[in-house]
Design a binder for this molecule. Structure first.
Ligand SMILES: [Zn+2]
Length: 83
């Protein structure tokens, strides 16, 4: 037995981020998502990066962490920053 409350891990948050940004997350999951974001700086940054990704790419990446998506993302950021 442990006292673990149902909290999102960072990994789970990453998996939910596209649904969150699409507004497809159920209320309960959304609240847990935002609770995690409020306590986890790394995930907050990740969420912001995903938001920027949508702005840059014009759509959500198919798979958030696939190597291709990540490469595309990094290139887009580079162009966007220096642009
Ligand atoms: Zn986190």
């Amino acid at each position: 037995m442990n006292e673990q409350v149902e909290q999102l891990s960072c990994q789970e948050l990453v998996e939910l981020v596209t649904d969150y940004l699409e507004g497809a997350l159920p209320e309960e999951a959304r609240l847990r998502f935002e609770d995690h974001i409020g306590r986890c700086g790394a995930c907050k940054i990740y969420l912001e990066q995903m938001r920027q990704t949508i702005v840059v790419l014009g759509h959500l990446p198919e798979a958030a962490l696939s190597p291709d998506a990540e490469r595309e993302l990094l290139q887009a950021f580079r162009g966007w920053r220096s642009g």
